[in-house]
Design a protein around this ligand. Structure first.
Ligand code: AMP
Ligand code: GLY
Length: 426
């Protein structure tokens, strides 16, 4: 079967690496891809926003499965266009992708389905927002409703900060994403991510991970798309995972189906493990980046078979996903300046040495300029390793990081710290 993968980040490199290993995969095409993805696929110049061009390419190349990596094409309805044309696609419809595309939509769904989450109100103007702040304690969380690349969330420590965040969002700093705002109660606890495949009916747990969203060591500095991750996240114990599936994932999938918006794809739940149990922070309608990289390192099954079963509504035929008992850990090497304006063009060498030391290096924001690999984005490389413990995976990942020469880049040195502290006292 020929497969088309859409996207260009480290998540898509990890997906390409696994898809290409499948005996069911004849030619893997990727658009737009990156130099790492090109090691496993044929890169094509195709814009995910041009649905007609994607459909024409699928017809020309007899594509049997399209895998959509990032959220924007999902929210834009690309999966609907493909499904209407009879092309099997891994990724939810436009309506189902509202679970990521509109925070207010997800909060309302939680209310209808009694899913545990932070208390909230939806507001459509600054005045309404200021009026709605009174019942909330401090800190209070102010969120742009739409897609804001992880930057649309402000934790306001004072009422003045909350008002300033409302002012900022309603004055257009997040564009259309900030036309509506959600004000939320602040939750305390440790965060973890949980993934499940679903075809709208069946649910297949796909493991847990913990991301590191802040740019600096010790979880300091501004939020990023994620500076590193490890999987599994043992803080999400089997008992908590069972609660997440029963109290959060199942009612979501059932309610979406009952309301005529069946969700097909991977459901990524961002969770807060509060003193009273797991609560949903947010949903994403795709694999996490960099969480996907660590999940793919642990996946023992054929990814094409699994994603095709989701696309064809046959997930019930695949009762389990097999993930290695090992821990996988990935360190993001970012370009100086990230998450602000990253420095582009810095050269990168040493990836082969890093991989010879037992790591896997996924490309995120890289380009080839006359045969030299250079940085072309904020997050540049994902240096990934496995081990019997998180500590062991971390040691291997940082040994590989140290083999890479990327003078204009940086990384956090403490990925996995929460679990390593727990391992140390266990
Ligand atoms: P989100 O984009 O909704 O995942 O939010 C980004 C980050 O903001 C989360 O990973 C949390 O660290 C934090 N956050 C979001 N909502 C809340 C909340 N209600 N209480 C506490 N922290 C939150
Ligand atoms: N790493 C967070 C995300 O993919 O949304």
């Amino acid at each position: 079967m020929n497969i088309l993968l859409l996207g260009s980040g480290g998540r898509e490199h990890a997906l390409a690496w696994k898809l290409a290993q499948s005996p069911a995969c004849d030619t893997l095409f990727a658009a737009p891809g990156n130099p790492g993805i090109a090691q496993h696929s044929v890169l094509v110049d195709l814009a995910a926003t041009d649905h007609a061009a994607v459909l024409a390419f699928c017809a020309d190349q007899r594509i049997g499965l399209v895998v959509i990596g990032p959220e924007a094409p999902l929210v834009d309805g690309l999966a609907d266009s493909l499904r209407e044309a009879g092309v099997p696609v891994f990724g939810p419809s436009r309506l189902a992708a509202q679970l990521e595309g509109s925070k207010g939509f997800t909060k309302d769904l939680c209310r209808r389905a009694s899913i545990p989450t932070a208390g909230y109100v939806r507001v459509t103007s600054k005045a309404e927002g200021i009026g709605a702040l009174a019942p909330f304690g401090l800190p209070v969380v102010i969120k742009a409703d739409g897609l804001a690349a992880g930057k649309g969330v402000i934790i306001a420590m004072t009422r003045a900060e909350a008002e300033a965040a409302l002012e900022d969002m309603f004055s257009g700093s997040f564009g259309d994403a900030g036309a509506e705002v959600v004000i939320e109660e602040f939750m305390t606890g440790e965060e973890a991510s949980f993934f499940a495949l679903t075809d709208g009916t069946s649910i297949l747990p796909f493991g847990s991970a913990q991301d590191h969203k802040r740019v600096g060591d010790g979880d300091t500095g501004p939020n990023t798309g994620g500076m590193g991750a490890y999987s599994p996240a043992p803080v999400l114990t089997p008992a908590l995972e069972a609660r997440v599936i029963g109290e959060i994932i199942k009612p979501t999938v059932a309610t979406m189906a009952a309301e005529g918006m069946p969700y097909s794809g991977v459901l990524y739940a961002g969770l807060m493990l509060t003193p009273t149990g797991p609560k949903l922070i947010e949903y994403n309608a795709r694999f996490g980046d960099p969480e996907c990289q660590v999940l793919m390192m642990r996946l023992q099954d054929d990814l094409v078979t699994l994603l095709l079963a989701v696309a064809q509504g046959k997930l019930a035929q695949h009762p389990t996903v097999t993930l290695s008992a090992d821990s996988a850990l990935t360190v993001v090497m970012a370009a100086n300046g990230y998450p602000g304006t990253p420095e582009k063009g810095g050269s990168i060498t040493g990836i082969e040495t890093a991989e010879a030391a037992g790591a896997k290096v996924f490309h995120a924001g890289t380009s080839l300029v006359s045969d030299t690999l250079v940085a072309s984005g904020g997050r540049v490389l994902n240096v990934t390793a496995t081990g019997a413990t998180v500590r062991e995976a971390q040691a291997k990942a940082y040994a590989a990081v140290d083999a890479i020469d990327f003078a204009t880049g940086f990384c956090r040195r403490d990925i996995g710290w929460r679990e390593i502290e727990r391992e140390a006292v266990a």
